[in-house]
Each structure stands twice: as structure tokens, then as C-alpha cells.
Design a protein around this ligand. Structure first.
Ligand SMILES: [Zn+2]
Length: 328
């Protein structure tokens, strides 16, 4: 026994019995702690494993649903492609033969073909590209690309009432009635044309050129009151739908006969041969009323630039046909 008593009578020191007990208790405590620690660790590992499994399951579900969507889309595309192929078959696969086939108009092509069974397929495509399957002034489009020399203004395409070309210039009084304006490039070419004609002793005089929206309102109303809508529509543009608002169109006469007799003049003959060299085309030719919407006008010329004018002259097309058969 190594137990002792201190000054205050308290025992201190320890017996070997106590020591053993304490060791036992300590060992138990350590064991318990170790157990607790093990359990805690196991729970942590368990949570981590469960989390990983959940992540993997979510990932698998996501990949599967993505694949399903892909398969669904593929099926949908196949259905669309089959439908499209069906339609192209009806059109005898003409899309492979021409570069002006517009796939967005495929249903309109088929309808137009069925409504015009005497028409060959080339004309079906060309005429729908011109919007001939629509009524005049219905579903018409406002012209956006107003700077282009190929601007198309007709009964399907109109200019906003606010549109006025920014580069209008007066045509020299040598070649025009007073206050006749065209866009700069057209004006310069027209003056060259008239100058050359004058050298050949012919007078080609501009008697109507740029006309504002408001001017056209008054003009059309005057014609409408005189002849009625149906007749006026064949020779005069409604406001916004008149090419004269582009500043690229000009009506001419020979300073002697009325412009309506221009066809009977030597000047007209000269224009037939030479206008294209200066970038002008006869805008409303004979037998093209179906496409242009206007009766033949021997006096109305349109500036399109020299290259296009030459191509149009060689093709025998009117402007509508030329534009409708350009590659899409
Ligand atoms: Zn005109």
C-alpha cells in the first residue's frame, strides 16, 4: 500500500487496485471514443457514397433524357424531311434543276401548280417568286432595300409614304421639262443617253421622272375619277406602288408627239437599240402585263445600271422575271 495522508488528513497516492481500475476505465473510454469515431466516420463515408450514387443517378437520367430528345428530334426531322421530299416529288424535283427555287415557298408552288395545270413547272416557280399567286395590293411588302438599283416597286411591293431618295438631282433642261429629278446616277446616265441621241439628231426628253408620294396620291385620284379604279390601275400606280417614287424611272417623249405616241417615233427605235447601253430598260414591255401589272408603255424607262440592263435586254425578261429567276 502506498497510500499517504497529507497535512490536512486527505489521502493521496493510489493503490495498485485503484490504478488497475483507472486503467480499465481509461481503456473503456478510449474504446468508446474509438467506437464513436468509427461510427461517425462510417456515417460520413455512407453520406459521401450516397451523394455520389445520387449524382450518378441524376447524371444517367439527364443523359438518357437528352438522348431521348435527340431521338425524338431525329424522328421529327425525318417526318419533316419525308414530307418535304413528298412535296419535292410532286414538283418533279425541279429544285435540282434551277437555282431560284425558294424552299420557304414550297406549299405556294404546289397550290399554284394545281391551280394552273397548263403552266410548266419553270413558270410556276418563276410566277410564285413574283407573288403572282397573291391578289394585287394584298399581302404586299414594304420595300426595305431602297438604295439598291434593283429596287422593285410594283403592285406587290410598295415604298413607304415617307420615302424620298436622298440623292435626287435636276436633269439638265437640255434634256427635260423644267424641274425633272432623278437619282444622281440615273440622272447622269440619262443625260449621257439624251446627249448621244441628240448627236444622232433625235430628241429624248424627260417629261415625268421622280414623283413624290403625295404627287402620286393626287395623280392616281385624278385618273381614278376619270376612268374608274379598274382602268386607272392598269396604267397608273397607286401612291406608294408607283415606280416613279424610286427616282429611277422616267417617261420620255420626242418634243413633238404626245408621249403616248412615242412608239411611232424614230426616238423609240433608237431607245430600243441603245437604252441598255446607258443602264435603262423598257419597264413595261408588250405581252408582259401579266408580270408587270401594267399595259405596254413605250415611254416609261427604268434605270437599273448598265450590267443588269444588258442582261435583261439579252434575256428578253422584264424586271419582275429577271428578279424572280435570280439565284436564291
Ligand atoms: Zn411612267
Amino acid at each position: 500500500m502506498a497510500s499517504r495522508v497529507d497535512l490536512y488528513g486527505r489521502r493521496y497516492g493510489y493503490s495498485s487496485h485503484n490504478k488497475k481500475n483507472k486503467n480499465k476505465i481509461n481503456k473503456r473510454k478510449i474504446k468508446k471514443r474509438k467506437k464513436k469515431y468509427k461510427i461517425k466516420n462510417n456515417i460520413k463515408i455512407f453520406i459521401i457514397i450516397i451523394t455520389i450514387i445520387i449524382i450518378i443517378i441524376i447524371a444517367i437520367i439527364m443523359i438518357k433524357s437528352k438522348n431521348n430528345n435527340k431521338i425524338e428530334n431525329k424522328d421529327k426531322n425525318e417526318v419533316i424531311n419525308n414530307k418535304q421530299d413528298d412535296k419535292l416529288k410532286q414538283l418533279n424535283y425541279i429544285n435540282k434543276k434551277i437555282d431560284y427555287f425558294d424552299y420557304s415557298k414550297i406549299d405556294r408552288y404546289i397550290d399554284y401548280m394545281n391551280n394552273n395545270i397548263d403552266l410548266n413547272l419553270y413558270d410556276v416557280i418563276k410566277e410564285v417568286n413574283m407573288d403572282l399567286d397573291n391578289e394585287y395590293y394584298e399581302n404586299s411588302n414594304e420595300v426595305q432595300d431602297t438604295d439598291s438599283l434593283l429596287i422593285l416597286v410594283n403592285k406587290y411591293n410598295y415604298l413607304s409614304k415617307d420615302y424620298e431618295p436622298s440623292d435626287l438631282e435636276n436633269i439638265s433642261s437640255n434634256y427635260a421639262l423644267p424641274d425633272m429629278k432623278l437619282r444622281k446616277e440615273a440622272k447622269e446616265s440619262f443625260e449621257e443617253l439624251s446627249k448621244k441621241a441628240l448627236k444622232d439628231n433625235l430628241k429624248i426628253i424627260a417629261m415625268s421622272s421622280y414623283r413624290s408620294y403625295q404627287y402620286q396620291v393626287d395623280l392616281y385620284n385624278m385618273y381614278k375619277n376619270k376612268d374608274g379604279v379598274d382602268i386607272a390601275d392598269r396604267y397608273s400606280g397607286r401612291a406608294g406602288f408607283s415606280e416613279h417614287q424610286t427616282g429611277l424611272a422616267v417617261d420620255v417623249y420626242n418634243d413633238k408627239l404626245s408621249y403616248t405616241n412615242f412608239e411611232d417615233t424614230k426616238e423609240f427605235e433608237w431607245m430600243q437599240k441603245n437604252a441598255y447601253k446607258y443602264g435603262f430598260i423598257l419597264r413595261f414591255p408588250k405581252d408582259k402585263e401579266k408580270y408587270t401589272g401594267y399595259i405596254y408603255e413605250s415611254w416609261h424607262y427604268r434605270y437599273v445600271g448598265k450590267n443588269v440592263a444588258k442582261e435583261i435586254k439579252e434575256s428578253g425578261y422584264c424586271l419582275e422575271e429577271y428578279i424572280a429567276t435570280r439565284s436564291k
